[in-house]
Design a protein around this ligand. Structure first.
Ligand code: NAI
Length: 262
């Protein structure tokens, strides 16, 4: 370090918006970024959880349904009003689904999942990029895909298609926004112990405990013996993509899966 007491903090004075930041992977990332000196705005629909977490990290909470474009625009504007800029956007909000046959797929359900997982990410890139371009600042946008986008399996068709769409818009927007020094990357987690994973598991076994889910995922969903993904595993990768340490990385899909897809 350079002797500055805060030299180990990697995001000093950076302004971050984390969608779906009230809990899970987004919550852990909001916390880690705040510990690294960032001013964090949590944008979510779980108001109580979001407010409590924001208070505990000296951040701010804004109610934001990412499927609603004006909500996302307002969340980014909230950060700019609070701290004068936005440097980093983590488009993490997403909803899971249970499996089911393509022959009986419910198109209302597909629209709902596309609305949150795909439109939500597009809304975020659109309005963060506008603000960054207008301010003439560089920036980093990180999207949340999944290994479901790159590996077959009996998952949800709707969820899979949304996560693959996120790879597409990451690639296309990184090509355009590179002109302004704005980087766009995405993470592809797998088997990370969160409410979403526990809910998905309970779709098969109704009263499964969290310990049971952790045990089962550790045995089947990673190459690393006895290890399932933890929310901090993703948070550390997102922190790297947010900082200038990853300054020459854009349009990249970072798989974080304990080797599952290897
Ligand atoms: P989670 O369910 O614990 O957290 C998701 C967060 O997004 C919640 O706080 C929720 O309230 C928020 N959210 C949901 N709909 C929203 C909306 N319309 N507007 C704003 N916020 C909304 O799930 P987890 O696991 O933390 O998931 C985070 C991201 O990681 C998701 O995009 C998910 O698809 C992705 N992911 C997770 C994996 C895992 O194993 N847990 C694997 C691959 C991807």
């Amino acid at each position: 370090g350079n002797g500055h007491p805060l030299a180990s903090k990697r995001l000093i004075d950076k302004v971050v918006v984390v969608t779906g930041g009230a809990r899970g992977i987004g919550g852990a990332t909001a916390k880690l970024m705040a510990e690294n000196g960032a001013h964090v705005v949590i944008a979510d629909i779980l108001d109580e959880l979001g407010i409590n977490l924001a208070n505990s990290i000296n951040g701010r909470y804004v109610h934001c349904d990412v499927s609603v474009e004006s909500d996302v625009e307002a969340a980014i504007q909230f950060a700019i009003t609070w701290k004068g800029k936005i440097d980093i956007l983590y488009n993490n909000a997403g909803i899971g689904d249970i499996g089911g046959s393509i022959t009986t797929i419910d198109m209302k359900r597909v629209s709902k999942i596309v609305g949150v997982n795909v439109n939500g990410v597009v809304h975020g890139i659109k309005h963060a990029a506008r603000a960054m371009i207008k301010a003439g600042t560089s920036g980093s946008i990180i999207n949340s895909s999944s290994t479901a986008a790159i590996m077959g399996g009996l998952g949800s068709h709707a969820y899979t298609l949304t996560k693959e769409a996120i790879l597409g818009v990451t690639r296309s927007s990184s090509c355009e926004l590179g002109l302004y020094g704005i980087r766009v990357n995405c993470v592809l987690p797998h088997g990370v112990l969160s409410e979403m994973l526990v809910d998905a598991y309970r779709g098969f076994k109704k009263d499964a405990t969290v310990e049971e889910v952790q045990q089962s995922v550790s045995e089947t969903a990673s190459l690393l013996k006895g290890r399932c993904g933890m929310v901090e595993d993703i948070a550390h990768a997102v922190l790297f993509l947010a900082t200038e340490e990853s300054g020459f990385i854009t349009g990249h899909n970072l798989v974080i899966d304990g080797g599952y897809t290897t």
